[in-house]
Design a protein. Structure first.
Length: 306
């Protein structure tokens, strides 16, 4: 059995802390902003809110049961995560779901504002922050986040906009089942959530880096040691000093920008880096999982030869 290294232990503790913060933010968004104003979250939590409200209106239940229904709805979705997104992702997502449900059950439902628009905006922002930090650390808040992550891996589309598309059904149910004013405020809340998610979780946002350097071999070696990305080498010449140099072009995700700059400046502190937004790419662009598999392949091959 492999021993848990200090790095692994630190990473696990960090994820546990993030899961706790993410769960608390989600519960605060629900109990203090969204539920009192009858504004709904997206995904499984929003569905849980609707079920709780419908049962309460039918006088079949007393009090808010969103936390319990959220836990129940998430169970089959967690199975999808276990099969398609990996064990670590699913375990921490399940932990986050339990924390969200627990805080939602324990915290009272109390309105901090009587303005439904403010409730929708603040509820959406807090939910987006909770979802975004969870995704950034390799797990989710459960529900349709897991479905969106699976679709993002297979379609390479923005997680936030995939969530918005999936959550449209919550808006329609709220509109036809309750009132359209709640549905309209829900659209505002979900939009705020998706924008915050895309601001925080940037692994699907691609950028192009143009690196001008006089030491191309050293820069290529340093970048390749950190990232598995194709690098195009273009001979160039400075327009001011008229000295020959080389321009390196590489397409990366925003997650990888820090590693790229550190590797580049470590090999050539005078290198010039220009960052451009990339609308889309056509051709092979490795995901983080594919990069990890390529990193492991040489190790496994060398171990098999020993």
């Amino acid at each position: 059995m492999a021993k848990l290294t200090k790095f692994d232990s630190h990473e696990t503790l960090t994820k546990l802390g993030v899961a706790l913060v993410s769960g608390l933010l989600t519960a605060i968004a629900l109990n203090f902003f969204l539920t009192p104003a009858q504004v709904f979250q997206g995904g499984a939590t929003g569905l849980a809110q609707l079920i709780s409200i419908f049962l309460h209106r039918l006088k079949l239940t007393s009090g808010d049961l969103t936390g319990w229904f959220n836990l129940l709805i998430n169970l089959p979705i967690v199975y999808l995560g276990w099969r398609k997104l990996g064990r670590s992702f699913t375990l921490f997502s399940l932990l986050n779901i339990v924390i969200i449900s627990g805080f939602t059950i324990l915290l009272p439902v109390s309105a901090l504002s009587t303005n439904p628009l403010m409730n929708a905006i603040f509820g959406g922002v807090l939910t987006g922050a909770a979802v975004g930090i969870a995704l950034r650390y390799g797990f989710s808040t459960g529900g349709f986040d897991i479905v969106s992550m699976y679709l993002a891996k297979t379609t390479r589309r923005s997680v936030g906009w995939l969530m918005f598309g999936i959550n449209l059904v919550i808006v329609l149910i709220a509109g036809f089942g309750l009132e359209w004013e709640s549905a309209l405020y829900t659209i505002i809340s979900i939009y705020c959530m998706t924008r915050v998610v895309d601001m925080i979780h940037t692994s699907n946002q691609k950028i192009t880096a143009l690196i001008v350097t006089e030491h191309p071999d050293a820069v290529v070696a340093a970048v390749s040691a950190r990232l598995i990305r194709g690098i195009t080498v273009i001979p160039s010449r400075g327009g001011f000093l008229h000295r020959p140099n080389t321009t390196l072009m590489i397409v990366i995700t925003r997650y990888e920008l820090y590693d790229l700059t550190q590797a580049t400046l470590g090999a050539d502190r005078l290198a010039f880096i220009d960052i451009l937004n990339t609308v889309d790419v056509v051709g092979e662009f490795l995901t983080s999982d594919q990069q990890e598999a390529k990193r492991k392949t040489p190790v496994q091959a060398s171990q098999s030869q020993v």
